[in-house]
Design a protein. Structure first.
Lengths: 262, 826
């Protein structure tokens, strides 16, 4: 269990290295099976911002979920900071996710019965901690995501963009080494989406946080240092964009996508 | 219509667990209801059979009142009444018998061999019926004879006016033959023998009349008082049957009401299920509406999903009820000691069970289905109905209205069996109103009761507590299932405790002695001295019971020793020493409060009673709170033994209060009393044992009703399972988020279990509150029976009920909790 002191101490946890080797994931689908991942190898360095792109059904969400320990791989190895996720028990894995990873999904990110502050502090609650000692940190995050004055609002009173910002704040509350976002802007308008992406990028830059972003949106992928392209459960290619504050240049990305026929 | 029916069926199949729960809930409800109906039917047939055996073909029964038996002249006059075809006189006396090593007392009944078989059925296992030509031939009940090793032709000695004389066993009565004495300890003899040799001349106690036609019965009945010329209770056989039916009616009514509890709870489960189905499939139905389905088709689509599994449950439940009825009938027969015939399959009752089950599922399914069918397609697609997380004040107001109407109804007095049943049945609309109105208290009560759970499971308890108010209506209906069962359990237990406590006070007030000797039949006064002379006994005070006529009504009376009982009696206006003195002096009576209220009697006025010498006024010396229970439930009038003997010829007793000496060893004293009592076919018990037996009898009935309520609790648990399955299905994505945020499978399970447990807890607490109020009403209503229970709140039972409801709900959520933890692939 992470102590409050640990959370308050560092700007971000050390590490955040993702390594996949021969990763496969097979789902039963009626009387047949679907190979969502077919021998994926990849490496994400500490503090790196990596995007996963590909058409629907290419396996990018499955790869993110497997990398985050949300679902087990059928075969192959998934290591996070050298820890083989398959070696962790259910409770250890839950604790690992709670303390080392942060997730943002496209929909249904918030718990409707909790207000903004409680939703942000959910990982703390799940760790059996009271929110009171972390109040300052929580309000800071509320401030960061621009929701000051809405602390006691339930999700039903927030717009989709505001909900995503709360989800992002929750993903950051434990200062995780790795942030995993699955189409975080897929349900948002342009401006809201840009705000959320900017927050993710700033978090990555400011806290040296490893970030894995699943998207099919070029505008989102432009924030990444590097992009993996997936099709049919395999990594087709990768493109290094480098870290830049200019997220407007979509040229190289578009060109590679055209090359790959994506 | 067909296409949507097909969709509805597919939905039922795809939600097989939910469908199974509905089937199971209705099955249990209909099984309990059908079992009760079949048991009541068996009880009715049992009573009918015992009535038929007792009255035979006669249409009129005349019974002498007090000790004034019918004379031979009166018998002759009755036989001469026009339209009277046959008159069967009965004389009876308790006599001593000896057969080999066996001896004891037996009820000798003298019957007319010529007319008796025309009136009643006397099947024989062996030998032949009594005959005037065989004055020494007697007929015994087979079981009695077998217990004493007697066979047809065997001799046995009977105590006659001239001492022990030998008689011969002439025949053995079959079990279903008429046996007019209790316990089967009966010997039949020709009436001439009984009168000539046993001193029973002019002791005709009862006449059974066979009248030429049913049309002439009223005419003969009108003639009888003048012909008999004395106090008599004259009743038609139909009236006797009605009285017997009414005496069992309250038990049958109580069983029916409690047999409906499970089905009543199932109603809320189905309502909840259809509501949940609506929430789940609203958008699908909206799309179907948008492409051309009619409102009727949408109504049908949702109705089918409630009615089809409900109908299956009703049919299976009616069949299961047949099996359950065997157990229920056996239990009822044992604990209530009523005649219950064997359970037989009854198509009408089976169809009634199915019909009631179908009615319940249709009513429960119709309301949500109709409401949704009135929405326009866009409202449906937008899921307007699915966001039902508000209290729903219209429903609350409707519930409050139901409560008000039911309360007004319950406040009205109810006389008569059916009226009392319908009165009690108002509890159901009252409870329905409470369930609907409980939506208003679910949010605050969830917050209050959920507080202790919040710290559990690392946030799981907090989330579980908050989840209770996400669908207030759903939670309220689930909680309602437990509330109904628990409230009735609390109410019945309260009634039982209150009654047991009243019984305790009654015994303490009426039995001043340590021991009581109880006899199933009247015993001669000469036995009293034998008890009084026992070395360790201070006194033996007899109590006799008899009927007296007052005006045109028959009043039950008890003869007591004023010196022994007087000081113990609780008077409603303080039994003054003068009153005791007046009672002791004679010519006075003590009147039980209920009789005084019924007849408008007051201290100082007089009550006219029909004595052997004609009507005589008795001064009312006092009005007492408690008296001995009587069959007519007004309690017995109390007379001194001296007056009972002098004016009514009553010397015998049925109860004997025996007090040991102060320095006597209680166990030795008891052994002495018990030994002597046994010699005369009586039994000796302590006052404490009587109290315990009263309480045990009350609690045996409680156990029976609690078992029926228990079925309702199981259905309530089914409801919790159903709700939690739906909740889990709806929250799959949310669980995924929690999983991603670091919640373990165990925490997901704990959260689901705690949410269900809190529903059980809420139901238990609300049920206890409601049950407490309902029990005050029930205890008040029960005071009409002449029994005066004072309200006792069953704290232990309530706590136990709350714990059981909580555990039942948590147990019911085991499967949903497992589903909640199976999050891979979301």
């Amino acid at each position: 269990m992470t102590s409050p002191a640990t959370i308050e101490q560092a700007p971000g946890q050390a590490g955040g290295v993702l390594e996949a080797a021969g990763l496969t994931k097979r789902y039963p689908f009626g009387d047949r099976t679907v190979d969502a991942l077919q021998g994926v190898d990849f490496h994400v360095g500490a503090g790196e911002f990596v995007a996963l792109m590909g058409p629907s059904g290419s396996g990018k969400t499955t790869l993110l979920q497997t990398a985050g320990g949300l679902i087990p791989a059928t075969s192959g190895t998934m290591r996070v900071d050298g820890v083989d996720l398959a070696s962790l028990s259910d409770s250890a894995l839950a604790r690992f996710r709670r303390e080392r990873l942060g997730f943002v999904f496209q929909f249904h990110n918030l718990i409707p019965t909790l207000d903004v502050v409680e939703n942000i502090g959910l990982p703390l609650l799940l760790a059996g901690q009271s929110l009171t000692p972390h109040r300052e940190r929580l309000l800071d995050l509320v401030e960061v995501v621009g929701l000051r004055g809405r602390e006691r609002h339930k999700p039903s009173r927030l717009s989709a963009g505001e909900q995503q910002r709360v989800a992002l704040a929750r993903a950051l509350v434990m200062r995780p080494a790795i942030l995993m976002a699955d189409e975080p802007t897929g349900n948002l308008d342009f401006l809201s989406g840009r705000e959320v992406l900017q927050l993710i990028w700033e978090s990555c830059v400011n806290f040296q946080q490893t970030t894995l972003l699943v998207t099919h949106d070029i505008r989102a992928a432009r924030y990444a240092d590097r992009v993996y392209f997936l099709r049919d459960g395999r990594i087709l290619d990768e493109l290094a964009l480098g870290r830049t504050e200019d997220h407007a240049n979509a040229g190289p990305l578009l060109a590679r996508l055209q090359e790959l026929g994506l | 219509m067909l296409a949507l029916s097909s969709l509805a069926f597919r939905s039922l199949v795809s939600n097989i667990l939910r469908t199974s729960i509905v089937v199971g809930a209705v099955l249990l409800g209909v099984a309990a209801f059908t079992a009760v109906q079949l048991t009541n039917d068996a009880m009715g047939r049992g009573l009918e059979a015992s009535w038929r055996v007792s009255v035979g073909a006669s249409q009129l029964q005349a019974r002498s009142v007090a000790a004034v038996a019918f004379s031979d002249a009166a018998l002759t006059r009755v036989r001469a009444v026009p339209e009277v075809v046959a008159v069967a006189p009965i004389v009876r006396k308790r006599i001593f018998f000896a057969a080999g090593d066996e001896h004891g007392f037996v009820e000798l009944i003298g019957v007319d061999p010529a007319t008796e078989p025309r009136i009643r059925f006397y099947g024989l296992n062996g030998g032949s019926f009594v005959d005037d030509g065989d004055p020494s031939g007697v007929v015994a009940v087979t079981a009695w004879a077998e217990a004493r090793g007697l066979h047809v032709g065997d001799p046995l000695d009977l105590m006659t006016e001239d001492g022990l004389q030998q008689f011969r066993l002439r025949g053995l009565l079959a079990p279903d033959a008429a046996g007019m004495a209790t316990y089967g300890q009966t010997l039949l003899a020709p009436i001439s023998t009984a009168r000539d040799r046993f001193g029973m001349a002019n002791r005709i106690s009862a006449l059974s009349l066979l009248v030429a036609s049913d049309d002439a019965v009223s005419q003969v009945r009108a003639a009888l008082p003048g012909v008999l010329g004395q106090s008599a209770s004259i009743r038609t056989s139909e009236e006797i049957r009605t009285e017997q039916t009414q005496s069992a009616g309250e038990l049958q009514g109580a069983l029916t009401l409690f047999g409906l509890v499970a089905l009543f709870v199932a109603l809320f489960l189905i309502l909840n299920t259809v509501e949940m189905t609506v929430a789940e499939q609203l958008q699908q139905a909206g799309r179907v509406r948008a492409i051309g389905a009619t409102r009727g088709q949408v109504l049908w689509f949702f109705l089918v999903q409630g009615v089809v599994p409900g109908a299956a449950g009703a049919v299976l439940g009616a069949l299961a009820g047949f099996g359950l009825a065997h157990a229920l009938a056996a239990w009822t027969s044992v604990i209530e000691q009523v005649a219950v015939a064997p359970i037989v399959f009854s198509l009408p009752l089976t169809l009634l069970g199915i019909g009631v089950g179908l009615a319940v599922v249709t009513v429960a399914s119709f309301s949500p289905a109709l409401r949704v069918s009135r929405l326009n397609p866009i409202e449906m697609i937008q899921g307007v109905e699915a966001t039902a997380d508000t209290v729903g004040w219209r429903v609350v107001v409707f519930g409050v209205g139901l409560i008000a109407l039911a309360t007004i109804g319950l406040a009205q007095p109810a006389q008569g069996g059916l009226a009392r049943f319908l009165h009690a049945a108002l509890l159901f609309p009252l409870l329905a109103g409470l369930v609907l109105a409980s939506r208003a208290v679910v949010p605050p009560l969830s917050a209050a009761l959920g507080a202790p759970f919040r710290g559990l499971g690392g946030g799981a308890g907090r989330l579980a507590s908050l989840n209770l108010t996400r669908h207030v209506g759903r939670t309220a209906l689930t909680v309602g299932g437990f509330m109904v069962s628990l409230s009735l359990l609390v109410a019945v237990t309260s009634l039982a405790l209150s009654s047991a406590r009243a019984g305790e006070r009654l015994v303490a007030s009426l039995i001043p002695s340590e021991f009581v000797v109880v006899s199933p039949v009247e015993q001669p006064a000469l036995f009293v001295d034998e008890f009084a002379r026992l070395p360790d006994v201070t006194y033996a005070s007899p109590v006799g019971f008899f009927a007296v006529q007052s005006g045109r009504t028959i009043v039950q009376a008890a003869s007591v020793d004023p010196a022994v009982l007087g000081p113990r009696l609780q008077s409603i206006d303080g039994l003054s020493p003068d009153a005791v003195f007046a009672f002791q002096a004679g010519g006075a009576v003590l009147v039980p409060r209920r009789l005084a209220e019924a007849r408008g009697l007051a201290v100082g006025t007089s009550l006219e009673l029909q004595t052997a010498d004609g009507p005589r006024p008795f001064r009312i010396a006092g009005i007492v709170e408690h008296s001995f229970p009587s069959a007519d439930r007004t309690s017995t009038l109390l007379l001194s033994r001296a007056d009972a003997e002098r004016f009514f010829g009553q010397r015998g007793f049925r109860l004997l209060m025996v007090e040991p000496r102060a320095n006597a060893d209680p166990s030795i004293a008891r052994a002495e009393v018990a030994e002597l009592a046994e010699q005369y076919g009586m039994s000796a018990v302590t006052a404490g044992e009587i109290t315990a037996e009263v309480a045990a009898a009350v609690f045996r009935l409680l156990a029976l009703l609690a078992a029926l309520v228990g079925i309702g609790t199981i259905v309530g648990a089914f409801g919790a399972a159903n709700t939690m399955l739906m909740n889990v299905a709806e929250r799959r994505r949310e669980y995924g988020v929690l999983w991603a945020a670091g919640m373990s499978r165990r925490q997901l399970q704990v959260m689901t279990l705690l949410e269900a447990a809190m529903m059980g807890l809420l139901g238990g607490v609300l049920g206890t509150i409601v049950g407490g109020v309902v029990s005050v009403v029930l205890v008040g209503l029960s005071r009409t029976s002449g029994f005066e229970p004072q309200y006792v709140f069953p704290l232990q039972a309530a706590l136990l009920g709350i714990v059981l409801a909580t555990l039942a709900a948590a147990t019911a959520a085991v499967v949903p909790a497992r589903q909640a933890a199976m999050i891979e692939g979301r």
